[in-house]
Design a protein around this ligand. Structure first.
Ligand SMILES: [Ca+2]
Length: 418
């Protein structure tokens, strides 16, 4: 079992992918920094859960946790039905890289990231000096994990992890996380009331699960507590840098670069782990995105995340370091690309292929703009088809007496273009 990694995409999947792209626009999700409990995230009576907790408390005592730590942690804790609901309804978004980047490196997230970089320049520079991870990279992780601290999660972690451990779908994993959470409390890093996070126990600015916290979190403020939950993001940002550093990050090296493949390129040589030198790739006709000679950043492999007709990237060692944080290709590119944008680089240059409906990003944005102009609000026009856009399509179809599918299509776009 992988215990030191983010073994599933909690921060993104749970916290913001489900919420903030619903409209296709960037905003709209209420900040979870507010303390109001989400629906189903307050404890309800559950006799089976209580029995399980009693058994767990004995096991925890046998793992070196004090009775007072255990009792304090579980005071007020309880079964959270909302956690199980979220666990069962994890629609594993298979978003295309194009859609993912439209969200991960949206104009709003880039602007907020640049503001955050400026605001925390001193802290981020000190972190960069200590851990050798660039300020823009740490900030990009922060931006993707919690929208720069705006969405750290308000679910009580002990209750959430106990509910998941009791539920048993991944019981052993969550019991391990619950035990680790108790260790954090025993260390005095935070209090049960302050230990909040996502529905599945990813905590703080950088959404660490408890075992990752125990292995990688650091006290950068020097107050003796590794506080990744506080409004002050200093410890959390340093912890993310420590995580990347210990995952092999090399300062000054790119995560990857966008490249251009020659016509007729044999895509059989692409894929993670199929590394070659830049000279070898140059010999095969590979160039930078603007046609220049490849820089030498050591061995790299080529990935084609959206197929041979989409952008191509030459990725290096630092790609794997980010992947230790969250091993999803879109996430890694999201962090890497956002960090590039925070440094002032431009958007991806290559075109993305049309989606499964045959529509390009420009088509989808045009569809959203025309629906909104016709009185069917899609809440923005970022080209990402979310729940609000589907609702707008359905309402439009209903109003026009068309079959109500709620699905985007080229013919719908033609209808709107009149
Ligand atoms: Ca501290």
């Amino acid at each position: 079992m992988q215990t030191n990694r983010r073994v599933f995409t909690l921060g993104l999947g749970a916290l913001w992918l489900s919420g903030c792209v619903s409209g296709g626009g960037g905003g709209g999700m209420a900040s979870v920094v507010s303390r109001a409990a989400e629906p189903g995230m307050s404890p309800v009576a559950n006799a089976g859960f209580d029995t399980w907790v009693n058994g767990f408390k004995s096991r925890a005592a046998g793992r070196g946790l004090s009775q007072s730590t255990i009792d304090t942690a579980f005071r007020g804790a309880g079964y959270l039905p909302g956690v199980i609901e979220r666990d069962r309804n994890q629609t594993e978004f298979k978003r295309t890289l194009e859609d993912y980047l439209a969200i991960a490196a949206s104009p709003d997230r880039i602007a907020k990231g640049r503001a955050a970089l400026a605001r925390h320049r001193g802290t981020l520079s000190a972190i960069e000096s200590r851990y050798g991870v660039e300020a823009e990279v740490v900030t990009a992780v922060w931006g993707l994990e919690s929208q720069y601290g705006e969405r750290r999660g308000t679910v009580p972690v002990i209750s959430a992890l106990a509910t998941l451990a009791y539920d048993g779908r991944r019981g052993a994993f969550f019991e391990q996380q619950l035990t680790a959470a108790l260790r954090i409390l025993q260390n005095g890093d935070t209090t049960p009331a302050n230990m909040t996070g996502s529905w599945a126990g990813a905590m703080g600015h950088t959404q660490f699960i408890p075992t990752s916290y125990l292995e990688f979190a650091v006290d950068f403020t020097g107050d003796g507590r590794r506080d990744i939950w506080a409004d002050d993001p200093t410890d959390a940002l340093a912890s993310a840098a420590a995580y990347l550093s210990r995952s092999g990050w090399r300062k000054g090296q790119p995560w990857g670069i966008e490249i251009r493949l020659p016509a007729g390129f044999n895509t059989g040589v692409t894929g993670r782990g199929k590394g070659r030198s830049s000279d070898a790739w140059s010999g095969l006709g590979v160039t930078t995105a603007d046609g220049g000679r490849l820089p030498n950043h050591g061995t790299g492999s080529i990935i084609l995340p959206q197929g041979a007709n989409g952008p191509a990237f030459l990725i290096f060692n630092n790609f794997n370091a980010i992947a230790r944080y969250n091993n999803a290709v879109n996430y890694v590119i999201g962090v890497g690309h956002l960090s590039d944008r925070l440094r002032g680089a431009g958007p991806i240059r290559s075109n993305f292929p049309p989606d499964a409906t045959g529509m390009t990003m420009a088509d989808r944005q045009d569809l959203q703009r025309r629906l909104t102009a016709a009185g069917f609000d899609t809440d923005g026009s970022d080209g990402v088809i979310g729940a609000k856009t589907r609702a707008a399509i359905a309402a439009f179809q209903r109003a026009r007496g068309l079959p109500v599918t709620g699905e985007p299509s080229l013919s719908l776009l033609q209808t709107l273009r009149g």
